[in-house]
Design a protein around this ligand. Structure first.
Ligand SMILES: NC(=O)c1ccc[n+]([C@@H]2O[C@H](COP(=O)([O-])OP(=O)(O)OC[C@H]3O[C@@H](n4cnc5c(N)ncnc54)[C@H](O)[C@@H]3O)[C@@H](O)[C@H]2O)c1
Length: 252
């Protein structure tokens, strides 16, 4: 039995970072479940991703830009007739020791990983208020729960996003809008290439994953996507202000 049944049919969902990786899979899974999906990404690949995910419409833009965030949300709302669920997946990874990190890199990481979700939420909230199923799902990381060497900026951005989500959940609870944060562990996408280099290459990384992840392997985007569908479902209306690990037990 499909525990979500026809629950997501017709749900109006906007997914950021949907050109590749986790965001692409999340958009595809929502569309497969019958949701009406709008996708967005900074990458030119977003138009092709609209076809491969089954999305109704696609918008290219930078979530860290105030003008782009407003344009994307307005465009999605106009195209799909409103908004029930905002899914923030877009993210950036820059690694390096704190003492060597350029302030510009720090600022860009914070802009994409923290300011971006804020701007998208701010633009979406008035529309989510009009929905009976308003939900925001942000994407942080195990790195935001427990940092590691070489990831001070990334960890700070994702830790900040978890705190942002909790505070926003409390702010929007009177409106019946839920806000939750997914914290993936190691997921096999192109995203970790700089981290894997920092760790000494693919073999060293594979050893670290095998020893450090209780379930013994990296996740795939398909391992992560179902948690988003659950949080958008009517069965999750009593779940809010949570950071939920989908990480093979890595953070415990
Ligand atoms: N892969 C992992 O191991 C892992 C682990 C924990 C958390 N995450 C988080 O999951 C999310 C997705 O990561 P992924 O692994 O699918 O990586 P990915 O690189 O495949 O996807 C990230 C997407 O975000 C888009 N993007 C980047 N900057 C943007 C901007 N300014 N505006 C709009 N779009 C932008 C990229 O173009 C890309 O399509 C990220 O937020 C990442 O921090 C990933």
């Amino acid at each position: 039995m499909d525990p979500l049944g026809s629950d997501l049919v017709g749900l109006r969902v906007l997914v950021t970072g949907a050109a590749t990786g986790i965001g692409h899979e999340v958009a595809r899974a929502f569309a497969d479940a019958g949701a009406v999906v709008a996708v967005t990404d900074i990458s030119a690949r977003i138009d092709e991703a609209a076809l491969t995910t089954g999305a109704a419409c696609a918008f290219r833009g930078d979530v860290a830009s105030e003008a782009d965030a407003a344009r994307i949300v307005a465009g999605a709302v106009a195209s799909v007739g409103g908004l029930d669920c905002l899914v923030n997946v877009a993210g950036l990874q820059i690694v390096g020791a704190a003492e060597e990190m350029r302030a510009d890199d720090w600022d860009r990481l914070m802009a994409v990983n923290l300011r971006g979700p804020f701007l998208m939420c701010r633009a979406a909230i008035p529309h989510l208020r009009r929905s009976s199923r308003g939900a925001i799902i942000n994407t942080a990381s195990v790195a935001g729960q427990r940092g590691g060497p070489g990831s001070t900026a990334y960890s700070a951005s994702k830790g900040g996003l978890i705190a942002f989500g909790t505070a926003l959940a409390l702010e929007l609870a009177p409106d019946g809008i839920t806000v939750n944060t997914i914290c993936p562990g190691w997921v096999d996408t192109g995203f970790n290439a700089p981290v894997i280099r920092l760790m000494g290459g693919r073999e060293a990384h594979a050893r670290i994953v095998a020893e450090g992840v209780p379930l013994g392997r990296q996740g795939t985007p398909a391992d992560i996507a179902p948690a988003y569908l659950f949080l958008a479902s009517s069965g999750a209306r009593y779940v809010t202000a949570k950071a939920i690990g989908v990480d093979g037990g890595l953070y415990n």
